[in-house]
Design a protein around this ligand. Structure first.
Ligand SMILES: *[C@@H]1O[C@H](CO)[C@@H](O)[C@H](O)[C@H]1NC(C)=O
Ligand SMILES: *[C@@H]1O[C@H](CO)[C@@H](O)[C@H](O)[C@H]1NC(C)=O
Ligand SMILES: *[C@@H]1O[C@H](CO)[C@@H](O)[C@H](O)[C@H]1NC(C)=O
Length: 187
């Protein structure tokens, strides 16, 4: 996929050089609006539905059973997730943090999710900083675009967008590995 925005040629490492450690102390006010930084983040989300140690659990479903679905997911189902995120597609690669939130099956044909997570970083100077990603996830499309709507710590005032792809999907268990690439402006 071609990079649609050449000005975002900043990578995580560069962000690490520019960013100031997160602090819960009060920021100076007014917040200078011209100090936007850019970060390009890439990581993998491991969405494990199967036991043992599932990190995505179904907490709600249509009480009247399942209607026809092209995807195996049924309208009305809600899954709460606490998925590990890692640097590479291997679940044993460097842990970066967790994706915590939920997704619900929001189209009657089971093809479209409402996906809302806080991506919480847990290493180095990023430890404790987070970004909020909220949007639609039409899972049968190869690339889905989701808005980045906010953040904390290093990612205060975050706004941007993320591309999400299904890197691997186990049809027997429903377990998925997602690749997520985010382009973020932040304070
Ligand atoms: C599940 O979690 C337990 C407790 O953390 C651990 O001992 C076990 O190895 C895990 N099992 C799998 C299959 O990951
Ligand atoms: C479930 O289906 C029955 C029969 O079609 C209907 O009467 C009932 O209202 C439905 N309940 C829900 C919660 O949709
Ligand atoms: C992240 O911060 C927590 C709480 O402040 C601390 O317990 C943990 O060791 C830190 N982890 C890393 C990898 O720095």
């Amino acid at each position: 996929m071609a990079n649609p925005l050449p000005p975002f040629a900043f990578f995580f490492l560069l962000c690490l050089l520019l960013a100031t450690p997160s602090s819960t102390s009060s920021p100076t006010f007014p917040i200078p609006i011209n100090s936007d930084r850019q970060s390009h983040l890439q990581f993998y989300i491991h969405d494990k539905i199967s036991s043992p140690n599932a990190t995505a659990i179904k907490v709600a479903a249509d009480p009247n059973g399942s209607r026809a679905s092209a995807t195996g997911l049924h309208f009305g189902s809600i899954y709460v997730i606490d998925d590990p995120i890692t640097e590479g597609p291997d679940p044993n690669s460097k842990p970066l943090g967790r994706a915590r939130g939920f997704y619900s099956v929001s189209s009657t044909d089971g093809s479209d999710l409402y996906f809302t997570v806080n991506v919480i970083f847990m290493y180095g100077i990023y430890n404790g900083s987070s970004v909020a990603i909220v949007g639609r996830d039409p899972i049968i499309e190869k690339v889905r675009e989701l808005p980045v709507v906010g953040g904390t710590g290093i990612f205060r005032l975050a706004r941007g967008f993320a591309f999400m792809k299904t890197h691997a999907f186990d049809t027997a268990t429903g377990d998925a590995v997602l690749f997520l690439e985010a382009y973020i402006l932040h304070h």
